[in-house]
Structures are given as structure tokens and as C-alpha cells.
Design a protein around this ligand. Structure first.
Ligand code: MF3
Ligand code: CO
Ligand code: CO
Length: 297
């Protein structure tokens, strides 16, 4: 007896024989091929997301280790009296000494090797002769390119002894990243990350910057997808093993609105309230995540 193998005759653009009403290529053909390669192909075709392979991941991890040792090195130098240019020199020289390239330098015209964002500066502060003062907070955002692979992380540091507002915003920003990361696992969506952050940070009376988002990273500085730090559970893109992206919520003590200064880079809070941020580069694993730029939160 001959059994018809119907699937052999179905074209990719034909209606799926399962009756879903979808094209075969979007339905059972995709599911039948959703081994690792099928998912990889699907995420690239549909979202331009490049799922990373083991050798990419290990290279991004090495780049991430350099980013973290750079931040650790910088932290030891943070004190009243140094300038943000001093931090730039430290990061630039340390990166080169470790056979890497500072990704910010000349990126879309950015003139320095690191972003240094003080007090009401939300992000993309340009190192200058500004002198750090007792009680300031400063975010240092380091992105290194090592063997062609990008890793991106930042921390906010206290300069001398912090006042109560500085303490609060840094604590909320740190915990915001932690809450966001706890939503990273296969089957969850990018919207789950934003939702976890928004619920927490707004619950603490703080606000979340909308204009800057987390991003895929690794093979390039900024890759798809965008990771919003606010939003609705279950929306956005489903997370799958092998995705690598940053989570980097910018949290303001006052309102969420920002202004960009005339240098075209420096983003400041419109109401001049303090803003703080922590960022890590994250790999989605089989049952959760692994930080490729790990530090305690
Ligand atoms: N490191 C920043 C980020 O987290 C991007 C800085 S772009 C620069 O995405 F040009 F300002 F360096
Ligand atoms: Co980033
Ligand atoms: Co960054």
C-alpha cells in the first residue's frame, strides 16, 4: 500500500496542510526545521538578530572580561580632583595595552574612548577637563573590541561620600538592572525585561529614560534587538538560547524627560535631577542567562 507523503508536495508558499491558514514556510515547515539552525535562520530573516555560536560567545566573554577589568581599574582612580579626561586616558591606554580597541572612539563621530556621565548626565557624557567633586556620581561606560568582538558594560561610582539622593538613585539603578536580568530566560520576551524594570523603578518613585535602550551586541556595537527598559509583559521578541544583548536601564530621580546638549551627544535630565545606570552584556542560556560582563548587583 502506498502512503502519500503530502508534505513532499507542499510548496513553501502554499497553505500549510495542518489547516492553520498560514503559509507552510511560516508554520509546520518552520516547526519541523526549528532545530538550532531553523531558529537561527528564522531570527536572522525576521528580526536581523544574529544568534551567537559557541566560538562567538567565548570571544565576547573574553572581551567582556577586559571591560570588567577596565571598570575595576577605573574605580581605583575615582576620587575628588580627577577630571573625566583623566578617566578617558586611563581607559584608552589600558585598552590598547590589552590589545583591544575602545569602541566609542570615532563611533558616529564620538570624540573619546569612553563615556563619562556625571550627576544629571544620563549617558554619552564626553570626557573633558571637568573636575570631579565630593558627592558627585559618575557613570563610566566601557565598550571594548577584542579580536573583533564587542562587549559593553557600565557602572555608576560615588565620588567621595554620597549624599542621600545619590545613594538612592544608584541603589535603584543597580536593582533595576538586577530585576531586568531576572526576566531573562528562553520563552520570556524582551517586554518581560522592560516590565520587570518599570514595575520596580517606578514603584520606588523614580523614572525610566525612554530614548535609549539595550541592544544586541557582540559582532557589532549595536545590533538588533532593542531592549526597552519599560513595557508590557509578553510583548516584543521571544528570547532564545544564544542571543546576546545588553540590559542598561537609565533611571532618573525626577522626571523621565531628557535634553541633548549642543555637543550632540550629552543627554541630561530636563529637570536636572540625578540619573544613574548599570549595564551588562548578557547571554541567554538554556534555562536563564549568563553575564559576559559579570559584576555583583
Ligand atoms: N556604550 C553605549 C551603550 O551602552 C554607547 C556609547 S556610544 C558612544 O550602548 F559613541 F557614545 F560611545
Ligand atoms: Co550598551
Ligand atoms: Co554601554
Amino acid at each position: 500500500m502506498k502512503i502519500a507523503k503530502t508534505t513532499d508536495k507542499v510548496g513553501r508558499n502554499d497553505a500549510c496542510p495542518c489547516g492553520s491558514g498560514l503559509k507552510y514556510k511560516k508554520c509546520c515547515h518552520l516547526n519541523a526545521n526549528s532545530g538550532e539552525d531553523g531558529i537561527k535562520e528564522h531570527y536572522y530573516k525576521k528580526h536581523k538578530i544574529r544568534i551567537k555560536e559557541a566560538r562567538d560567545i567565548e570571544a565576547i566573554r573574553r572581551s567582556g572580561a577586559l571591560v570588567i577589568s577596565t571598570l575595576d581599574m577605573v574605580e581605583k582612580h575615582i576620587r575628588p580632583g580627577i577630571t573625566t579626561n583623566d578617566i578617558n586616558t586611563l581607559v584608552h591606554e589600558y585598552t590598547l595595552k590589552n590589545h583591544a580597541v575602545p569602541a566609542p572612539l570615532n563611533y558616529r563621530g564620538f570624540p573619546k574612548s569612553v563615556c563619562t556621565s556625571v550627576n544629571e548626565v544620563i549617558c554619552h557624557g564626553i570626557p573633558s577637563d571637568r573636575i570631579l567633586e565630593e558627592g558627585d556620581i559618575i557613570n563610566v561606560d566601557v565598550t571594548s573590541i577584542l579580536d573583533g568582538y564587542y562587549a559593553d558594560a557600565n557602572k555608576t561610582f560615588f565620588v567621595g561620600e554620597p549624599g542621600p539622593d545619590a545613594k538612592k538613585i544608584v541603589k535603584v539603578a543597580r536593582e533595576s538592572l538586577k530585576r531586568g536580568l531576572s526576566a531573562v530566560k528562553p520563552g520570556n520576551t524582551t517586554g518581560d525585561i522592560g516590565h520587570a524594570i518599570q514595575t520596580y523603578a517606578e514603584g520606588k518613585g523614580c523614572s525610566i529614560v525612554r530614548e535609549f535602550v539595550g541592544h544586541g551586541v557582540g559582532l557589532d556595537f549595536h545590533e538588533p534587538p532593542q531592549i526597552l527598559h519599560f513595557g508590557t509583559s509578553g510583548t516584543g521578541i521571544k528570547l532564545v538560547e544564544g542571543m546576546v544583548f545588553t540590559v542598561e536601564p537609565m533611571i532618573n530621580l525626577g522626571g523621565k524627560d531628557l535634553m541633548i546638549l549642543s555637543d550632540k551627544w550629552t543627554a541630561v535630565t530636563r529637570d536636572k535631577s540625578l540619573s544613574a545606570q548599570f549595564e551588562q552584556t548578557i547571554l541567554v542560556t538554556k534555562d536563564g542567562y549568563d553575564s559576559l560582563t559579570p559584576f555583583d548587583l
